[in-house]
Design a protein. Structure first.
Length: 300
């Protein structure tokens, strides 16, 4: 069974967001200010996650096709493809290089951001899904081993790990880089970890099947997307106590927060739409129809 894609945790600075529809093989370009879909780009089949690689390029992972694709955002053309053994899934960029988790191979791959050639690979745990980068380190969720691994980027070696809840999937980093927030699908919880030494801080109960997590730009709130509950949990980052729950569409997964910290966009997989949620008012403002199987949102 392929992993559930989630994308989120990165504030939008341009006011543009991209909704990634796996079933429709399409990207919807959303203007967050007008709350409208500007246009739709076709992609290679089965896009799962996406990350910016420079200002005008967006990299997509295609687990079933064993490939990554690169889109030119100026006209929506696919301009490059990178073939990878296994099922490339989670993506992040650090210092111009691209990093991808490989779900079926249990590895993280390093790819040169310009030449798009494979520069290195390191084995982690079973079913690595999401990853974030900070301070020369990668932090990777190993879903089937119930842990988070830390990788030294320069050496591409695993330097530590920490146990979390059952089936950790999405991961986000606090804006100051001090804490990691890990959504545990099967234990319906959020693990909070110190990034520097991988020490557990706390575990917070959330909704059923949390598949997405993001942090507001000021670091004050953690938003957790609960797929089976059909809502988003708001958690106070200081007290680590629940703040509110907001109902959204069916089987929500991906999340992106706008740079002003006022709103969040949620990808609703089963209802083929995205929800705009007011963070200050803790309520859904509007839903926009997009392509079938929308499971990720990335900031522009």
């Amino acid at each position: 069974m392929l992993p559930h894609p989630v994308l989120g945790g990165v504030p939008s600075s341009s006011g543009i967001l991209y909704a990634i529809s796996q079933d429709a093989a399409a990207i919807s370009v959303i203007d967050s200010r007008t709350r409208q879909v500007r246009q739709t780009f076709a992609t290679d089949p089965g896009p799962a996650r996406a990350v910016h690689l420079g200002e005008d390029r967006l990299v997509l992972s295609h687990p079933e096709a064993q490939a990554l694709s690169v889109l030119d955002l100026r006209d929506g053309r696919t301009i490059e493809r990178v073939r990878l053994k296994g099922e490339p899934f989670g993506l992040t960029v650090h210092d111009g290089d691209l990093f991808a988790t490989n779900w079926s191979e249990g590895t993280v791959v390093r790819i040169d951001g310009e030449a798009l050639t494979i520069e290195g690979e390191v084995a982690v745990g079973k079913s690595p899904s999401d990853l974030v980068a900070a301070h020369g380190q990668l932090y990777v969720t190993d879903r089937e081993m119930d842990r988070v691994c830390r990788i030294d980027i320069e050496r591409m070696v695993v330097t530590g790990s920490v146990a979390v809840g059952r089936a950790p999937f999405a991961i986000a980093l606090a804006p100051d880089g001090l804490r990691l927030y890990v959504a545990n699908v099967r234990s319906a919880s959020l693990s909070i970890i110190q990034a520097a030494d991988l020490k557990p801080v706390a575990t917070v109960a959330v909704g059923q099947m949390p598949y997405g997590v993001a942090v507001t730009p000021d670091g004050a709130l953690i938003l957790v997307v609960n797929q089976q509950s059909g809502n988003v949990s708001f958690i106070d980052a200081l007290s680590l106590t629940p703040h509110a729950n907001v109902k959204v569409g069916r089987y929500p997964e991906g999340i992106a927060i706008t740079a002003d910290g006022l709103t969040a966009w949620i990808a609703n997989w089963f209802s083929a739409d995205v929800s705009l949620v007011s963070i200050l008012e803790t309520r859904e403002l509007v839903r926009l129809k997009v392509g079938d199987g929308v499971r990720a949102v990335v900031a522009g």
